[in-house]
Design a protein around this ligand. Structure first.
Ligand code: GDP
Ligand code: MG
Length: 367
């Protein structure tokens, strides 16, 4: 392999990059993919000694096996580009990068994503429908069975598959899923993420070779979703694999999910940040009332917990913990909606909801 830009990716050389832009539906609806990418793609900058390199580094894509390219067409291309992989490897970070909006919540804790969330990128001549999915695992309770069903459907309807792993992962958290992918005849990219964490280049190359063995028909690409390395190169390659098709969604759509969903996800993100151990995994957030007035949006959301003892923890002494969650969530929802928000949070015990099919249906995890 020729010298590559990820040689420059030793963590000591990273210059901190700006954080994601805040949610901005209004602007995005009129933006085309180029402006989206311009907003999402911060140019790579690395510092070596006293010198700073800016965006001069050619991106790298390793081609183990060229993907089959559909016949060149002048018509419109559209398709489902589904992101799958183990928990915590950076699937949601990648999806947000590719779409240019923070649709999926991200957290260092595993199993942050519970649903299949679509993020749509529209261009004059193509529509890419990305799907972020929960991390693959062996389900331990019914909620996780529902989460794995989203993955299963995403494998079935993919036009292009993005299998995300990271430099430190061996195989996949759910080997059966890896076997299934190996047997599929769908253009597949294996994205070896977090290469900024690799000890050295040899470690990255060894990982790329490992995945070329697991999935010989796939194209293996080293990336860093967090630092936006090699992600924009990927876009052209994904589009080239899409079938000729009319769009699946209206061209101004950004996602398949309603506003209420994103509001509940923002609250859940704050729960993931503020509580430890099993608490985040035992909470579900449901927006019960959403009243949009010209001056202010009034939202009432309920946090469902599985046990009485969890309710006490979530509320905290004198309600201090829930207040913090509410304040943080309100700020983000205000940025998301671009207006003032009144957020009312309640906590209610829903005994063992994670194993209750009726509840899971209501929460959208089961049909
Ligand atoms: P998911 O569970 O696969 O959706 O993973 P997330 O997108 O939620 O990310 C899990 C954790 O990995 C978060 O703390 C991210 O900030 C972090 N992460 C994602 N991509 C990268 C990357 O390229 N480099 C590093 N160092 N961390 C990353
Ligand atoms: Mg995720």
């Amino acid at each position: 392999m020729s010298p590559t830009s990820y040689q420059l990716l030793h963590p000591a050389m990273w210059v901190p990059l700006p954080s994601f832009p805040t949610h901005d539906f209004g602007k995005q609806r009129t933006a085309n993919v180029h402006t989206l990418l311009a907003r999402a793609n911060f140019s790579p900058r690395f510092r070596k000694g006293t010198r700073t390199f800016e965006a001069t580094i050619p991106p790298v894509v390793t081609d183990n096996q060229p993907l089959r390219t559909p016949p060149s067409v002048n018509g419109h291309r559209a398709g489902f580009v589904n992101i799958v992989g183990s928990p915590n490897v950076g699937k949601s970070t990648l999806m947000n990068r590719l779409v240019g909006e923070r649709l999926s919540i991200i957290n260092a804790k595993a199993q942050t994503t519970r649903h299949r969330i679509m993020g749509i990128v529209n261009q004059d001549d193509c529509q890419i429908v990305y799907s972020d999915t929960p991390g693959v695992l062996d389900p331990a309770y019914k909620l996780q069975e529902g989460m794995m069903k989203f993955v299963k459907t995403a494998l079935q309807d993919a036009d292009v598959l993005l299998v995300v792993t990271d430099v430190n992962e061996r195989g996949m958290a759910h080997p059966e899923t890896l076997e299934k992918i190996a047997a599929m005849d769908v253009p597949t990219f294996v994205l070896v993420n977090k290469i900024d964490l690799a000890s050295d280049q040899t470690a990255v190359e060894a990982k790329l070779d490992e995945w070329a063995t697991h999935l010989p028909r796939a194209s293996v690409v080293p990336i860093s979703a967090l630092h936006n390395f090699n992600v924009d190169t990927l876009l052209d390659r994904i589009v080239s694999q899409l079938p000729e098709s009319p769009p699946f969604f209206p061209k101004d759509e950004l996602t398949d999910k309603p506003m209420r969903f994103f509001v509940s996800e923002i609250v859940r993100e704050k729960i993931l940040t503020h509580y430890k151990q099993e608490i985040p995994y035992s909470c579900e957030v449901v927006v019960e009332a959403y009243e949009d007035n010209p001056e202010i949006t009034r939202i009432r959301a309920e946090i469902h917990v599985a046990r009485e003892s969890q309710k006490h923890i979530v509320v905290g002494a004198q309600g201090r913990m829930i207040k913090r969650v509410g304040m943080d969530a309100r700020k983000d929802i205000e940025a998301f909606l671009g207006k003032k928000v009144f957020l009312d949070l309640y906590v209610r015990v829903d005994k063992n909801w994670r194993d209750d099919e009726r509840k899971l249906k209501r929460f959208g995890y089961m049909d």
